[in-house]
Write a protein that binds this ligand. Sequence first.
Ligand code: EPU
Length: 300
Amino acid sequence: MSPFGELGRRLEKAGVPFRRDQPLAPLTWMGVGGRVALLAEPRHAEDLALLRREASGLGVRLETLGVGANVLVAEGEIPLAVVRLTAGAFQEVSIREGQVEAGAGASLEPLIRRTLAEGLAGLEGLVGIPATVGGALAMNAGSRHTEISASLVSVSVVDALGERKILPKSMCRFGYRKSGLKGMTVISARFSLGSGDPEALREAARAIKDEKARTQPLGDSSAGCIFKNPPGKSAGQLIDAAGLKGAREGQAQVSDRHANFIVNLGGATADEVGRLIDRVREGVRRARGVELELEVVRWP
Ligand code: EPU
């Protein structure tokens, strides 16, 4: 039996909900790519720990999927197990005296709205980022204004071997759009927020969202910014200056609104997106001598 077959057998025995051979495109914003061998939706942290432990023992690569806004899935049969934290146990949010405890599967936007309404400051710079709390932490999602690690105190995780741990922020190795949480699954996170006037906070959030709506193709199918900004530079500006805005490979196109976004015009394939990424990289390398690094995560 294949390692995926065996993993499925063990999950079945333990009662962990899962499906085999699942298409991932409908679960991502870019909407491209093939099928993964196994997709699990644990009921609670114990299920998740068992899943990580068994996957590790069988040598199966396991990835965590949030809202799918920053991931590019390859074509075909993908030798990967994926876990989604859709169960209620992973969505819980509690707020007490400026301390927020949020499940990793909770959506960022409603959490931000709630903190702003309660006059809590710190998350308003993250409005308009489509993510779960766990997904945002894994990539240290942010904007020009802030990044999610700024107000973080600690995370509760299941590590690669299936051990549950609490990691203080200092152990999470956050950097610009990166963290040391790769290979783990976040269960929940604790944030410490300041206080502010709810109306002023909401106004600040509104201004950030309006600016994004003006400059980014938010209504289109994309994976957010494709490349990280190189130190002291803007990837969007570099791509734009290299004349690549609007460049197309099949149904994948460099957005003509913001050059660091690739949009799926409808029916694009992962290969088309991949070819466009290569072309953009090559174009910026030739025009400016700058090597762009991917911000989006590629599976496999
Ligand atoms: N620009 C162009 N052409 C373009 C796009 C941008 O010339 O096609 C110029 C702009 O005019 C501006 C500069 O490039 O002078 C920077 O652009 P922008 O203000 O849009 O910010 P960015 O650096 O491209 C970053 C984050 C975004 C975040 C925005 C707003 C990265 C890679 N990008 O974009 O994050 O929303 O700031 O805070 O760090 C993401 O991470 O997925 C993402 C979208």
